[in-house]
Each structure stands twice: as C-alpha cells, then as structure tokens.
Design a protein around this ligand. Sequence first.
Ligand SMILES: NC(=O)c1ccc[n+]([C@@H]2O[C@H](COP(=O)([O-])OP(=O)(O)OC[C@H]3O[C@@H](n4cnc5c(N)ncnc54)[C@H](O)[C@@H]3O)[C@@H](O)[C@H]2O)c1
Length: 293
Amino acid sequence: MDFKKLFGYEEKNVVITGSASGMSKSATEMLIELGANVYAIDINPIDLPVTKAFKADLSNKDEIDKVISELPSKIDALFLCHGIAAFPGKELLVQKVNFYSQKYMTEKLLNRISEHGSVTFISSVGGFGWEQIYPKAVELINLSTWQEAMQWYDKHPDEIKSAYVFAKQCLESYVTYKCMSPEFIDKRIRLNAINPGDTTTGLTDDFNKSTSPTGDAKEGEEMISNIFLKSWNGYPAKPKDMGYPLVVIGSDICSYMSGQLIYIDFGLTSTWKSGALLSSSNKTIEEISKDSN
Ligand SMILES: NC(=O)c1ccc[n+]([C@@H]2O[C@H](COP(=O)([O-])OP(=O)(O)OC[C@H]3O[C@@H](n4cnc5c(N)ncnc54)[C@H](O)[C@@H]3O)[C@@H](O)[C@H]2O)c1
C-alpha cells in the first residue's frame, strides 16, 4: 500500500496556522513529508521548509485579509491551529485568536476549498461542556461581519469572562452547528476539531502562569496536573500526539468523517462524562451493577 497516496496530500494545497511551534509545527512537518504544498501562517517566524510562510497577527482583521489575498485560489485542506492562553484583561484578544479569526478565515476561504476538502481545528478539553453555551455561540456564529461580532463581544462581558473556555466552546459549537450547513455540505467539505488534553508545547508556561491565581508558574503546573493528570497517574502529551492525528483527520483517510469533536486526552473527558451520567441517575456504581445482575 502506498501510504502517501492513502493520505492524499501529494501536490495538494494545504493552509495551516500556528506552524512556528507545538502541535501545528508537528502537523506541518508531517504534511511536508506527505508531499503537500504547505502555506503556513504564524505571528512568529516559521523555520520549516514550507512552500510559503506568512508572518501575520491573526487577531487582526487587516492582517488576515492581507494573507488571504496571497493564498492560492484552490485549497484542499485548511488547518486552524493558532492559539493563546488567557490572562486577565485579555478576554477579547483570546476570543479573536482562539475562535473568531478561525471562523472568519474558514468562511473567507470557503469558496476556494475544493470539493471533498477539509477544515480541521484545534480546540481543547477546555471546551468540554460546550453544550451549555450553544445557543449563545450560535447567536454569535450567525453574525455576518467581524465588526458585528466585536460589538456582540462588547455587549457580552459575562460570557467572555471565562475567556479560553468560552472561545473553545464556541469553536466546538461551530463544528457542530455548521457541519451540515449548505455552504459546507453541498461541496462535501468536512469540518472537525481535535480537543487535546495537557500537552507540553510553547504554551505550557503561559498555561501554568494563567492557571495560578497569583501567576506563579510552579503553582499553576501543580493545579493543571491535579485536574488533568493525577486522576489517572498520567503524563502530558507531546506535540506530535496531537499534530499527527490532526493531519490524519484532515486527510482522505477520514473521508467520511465530519462534525466530530475528537478528544485526545487518554480518556479523561470520557471519565468526566461517565461521572456526570452516573450522578444524574442518582445511583451508585454498586447499585447499577446489582440492577444489571
Ligand atoms: N498545549 C496544551 O496543553 C493545549 C491543550 C489543549 C488545546 N491546545 C490548543 O492547541 C493549539 C496549539 O497550541 P500549542 O499548545 O501547540 O501551543 P504553541 O504556542 O506551541 O503553538 C501555538 C502557535 O500559535 C501561534 N499564535 C499565537 N497567537 C497568534 C496570532 N495572534 N497570530 C498568529 N499566530 C499566533 C504561536 O506563535 C504559536 O506558534 C492552540 O489552539 C491551543 O489552545 C493546547
């Protein structure tokens, strides 16, 4: 079997953001290896042999528009991977980087995405429970301009207080809401997201600092470990643990997969879900086991 052919990236135009570091860098390396023409965008310099690298701040609409004007007229796969941690006072910036720019780029590039193409996002386990904000997210998603969205954010300070969480929940809502919209489904364009668990990347230090109430990286690291790793005696993922599956999901291998939010967290969120389902049944695990005997 010819594995490069199986992936289907050879000679295909792929656009990917966040390639300077972390998960996206791993994905970009794999895409190059698989023979894609890679157009990579980041605010920081990209040191990989891509077809074309763009330096742009993707929180800025004008910079996004400029890059878009220089991207190819046909795109086969789009990967939106740029992201930042949340710090007090940066709530709006986090919405722009971690969600709105990604929706904006998807919709601006949609008419260039080929039939049976794919759009794949990096969301997060931080978006777990996205169902709770779904109606609000749909309200935001349905606004048609960047300006209207910024006004919406201005009027909803309470929603964006949970900055990182809200942005990732919007991203997960977007995949769910849009996967069968005519503009995607009529061209068989697939829309998916991966939701990584704790991964050691360029963002780790910022996540540690932003998790601690006092900004202390050591304390934040301990808190993250308690939430994401302690319960399963676990370990943080490496960038390729996320970057490689991302490339698989955007490829022809997953040609019938769309609308999926794929948690890559060694099962942690399934355990959270299991706990919630059992507690809503008001029965203990022992009682449920007894009932089934
Ligand atoms: N690291 C984790 O534990 C973790 C867990 C879940 C989800 N994620 C998500 O994974 C994605 C990738 O992050 P990572 O962990 O690989 O971190 P990373 O910092 O290594 O990579 C993120 C990239 O995004 C770029 N970027 C940030 N702001 C930008 C902007 N305004 N314009 C253009 N580029 C910008 C950065 O320069 C960087 O290259 C992010 O969306 C993040 O939220 C990370």
